[in-house]
Each structure stands twice: as C-alpha cells, then as structure tokens.
Design a binder for this molecule. Structure first.
Ligand SMILES: C[S@@+](CC[C@H](N)C(=O)[O-])C[C@H]1O[C@@H](n2cnc3c(N)ncnc32)[C@H](O)[C@@H]1O
Length: 258
C-alpha cells in the first residue's frame, strides 16, 4: 500500500489550487494572500516574532508569497519560501519578479516533508498549510531539524472539534482531502517532535470575525452573479461550521530546544 503523507502536487493543482480558483481566493483574502486575515494578520504575526533584520526565515507553503514579501520588505528578513503547487509558485514568481525583492526572497518549488536542511532557520512560519499534510509527526520532526536551536515555529491552521462530526463537515473534510486535528492533539504532535514552550490556541472567534469581513468583501467583487452566489455560499457554510463548532482555527507557537 502507498504511504499517505499528504496532498500531492497533482491533487493540489487540479483541485483547490487551479489558477482560476487561486485568483478568486486572492480577490477575497487580499493581494498576494490565500489565507484568512490576509496582509494585516500576516504583518501582526511576523511582528510578533520580533526577529532581528537579516534573520533567516522559512515560509512553508508560501502560496502567492504575501507573507514572504512582508517579511523581506517590512522586516528586512532573509526568506526561503517553499510551495508544492506549481500553479501557486508560478504566480508567486511573477509577483517576485515585479516587486524587486528577489535578493531577499528565495522561492522554491517542493514538498516541505522532503526538506533536508539542519539548523538553518531562526524561525519557521506557515499559514494554513498543514491541513494538507497527513503525517504531522514527520512534518514537525523535519521542521524541528531545519530550525536553529532556540528557533521558533509559528503557524495557523484549520483545526476541528473532537469527533463525532456532523455529515456536512465530514464530507467537506473528505472532499478537500484535509487532515485536521484539535488544538490539544496538535500540541501533542508538536511536543512529540521535540519542541518546547508550546502555545496552542483556539482562535476560532477571530476566524469568525475574519470570515464575516471576507463575506462582506465578496459582495463587491467584479464577478458574474453565479460566481458571487457560489462564493457567498461557500463562505456562509464556513461561517456556519465555525459558529456551530466542528470547524476550528488554531494559532501555534513552539521553540526548538537549545
Ligand atoms: C491555503 S494556501 C496558503 C498559502 C499561503 N501560506 C498564504 O498564507 O497565502 C495553502 C498552501 O499550502 C501549500 N502546500 C500544501 N501542501 C504542501 C507541502 N507538502 N509542501 C509545501 N507546500 C504545501 C499549497 O500548495 C498552498 O499554496
């Protein structure tokens, strides 16, 4: 039997991250972003890492590059940014060529599970990527190895309430191929991979506020009515799932032992 570690490049590029879908997501999340909170939340989280200029950061699952660009332009960090979707990376490369940050942002195609570096990064940052990865223990072990001693891991991710889930949420997770955990399970996996000072927070209330803002934004997008209706339905369903309980959002921070 084939080992299931996470979504493949083919699956990502032919389903959730077809170019047209990426561009539609970007119009909702904000320029260069494909994750809740867009640039504003990215800026807040990056500022919270309090890294000195020229620190080395890895952005795992960088998408269109938004966070990596903020790190380089606003915080003068040196950034490696990796993503498994060819569609996503092609768009990110075009943006990087246009924004003059190529000397400080190194974009790479690849699967973060295959990272082989050791003690390289002062911080690893990731936004809503790990939901695509089934083998979380391997993921956190690889990321732990890539950090310098004392380096910080900071990420957000879609999470879930403990099972049983309702049929609608189970179908949503199955169709997307997501692998979700509750915040306590996540904290355990991070600890098992050797991290310390683990802070695992359920931030679903913030997720709901962000979803509401995004839903309002959808109304002003220059799209055909059928597309607008489809997007509105999708965002309303996400809001319902978060308000009713099964869909959660987590914010995680942990440190590699010195
Ligand atoms: C929801 S998007 C978020 C993109 C970006 N982090 C942002 O905030 O805009 C998730 C991203 O994770 C990437 N991804 C999924 N599995 C991955 C893996 N194993 N290695 C690297 N990137 C991966 C996807 O291709 C996609 O670009």
């Amino acid at each position: 039997m084939t080992e299931v570690t996470g979504a493949t490049q083919d699956f990502l590029d032919s389903s959730q991250y077809q170019e047209s879908s990426i561009l539609q997501y970007e119009s909702i999340y904000g320029e260069d972003f494909v994750s809740p909170g867009g640039r504003e939340l990215a800026f807040e989280m990056i500022a919270g890492m309090a890294l000195a200029p020229a620190s080395r950061v890895l952005d795992v699952g960088c998408g269109l590059g938004g966070s990596a660009f903020v790190m380089a332009a606003d915080f003068k960090l040196r950034v490696d940014a990796i993503d498994l979707s060819r569609n996503m990376l092609a768009l990110a490369e075009r943006k990087l060529a246009a924004n003059g940050l190529a000397d400080r942002v190194n974009l790479q195609w690849g699967d973060c599970l295959e990272l082989e570096c050791t003690d390289r990064y002062d911080a690893i940052y990731s936004r809503d990527v790990f939901l695509h990865i089934a083998d979380k223990l391997r993921l956190f072990t690889v990321l732990n190895a890539a950090l310098k001693p004392g380096g910080r891991l900071l990420f957000t991710d879609y999470c879930c309430a403990p099972k049983p889930w309702n049929d609608e949420f189970s179908a949503y997770v199955r169709e997307r191929g997501y692998s979700l955990h509750n915040t306590e399970e996540y904290a355990g996996l991070i600890e098992d991979a050797g991290f310390e000072q683990i802070d695992a927070r359920d931030v679903t209330a913030r997720f709901i506020d962000i979803l509401q803002t995004e839903l309002d934004r959808i109304g002003s997008l220059p799209l055909a009515q059928t597309q607008l209706d489809k997007l509105r339905d999708s965002w309303r369903q996400k809001l319902d799932r978060a308000r009713a309980g099964p869909q959660r959002w987590g914010l995680f921070s942990a440190v590699k032992a010195i």
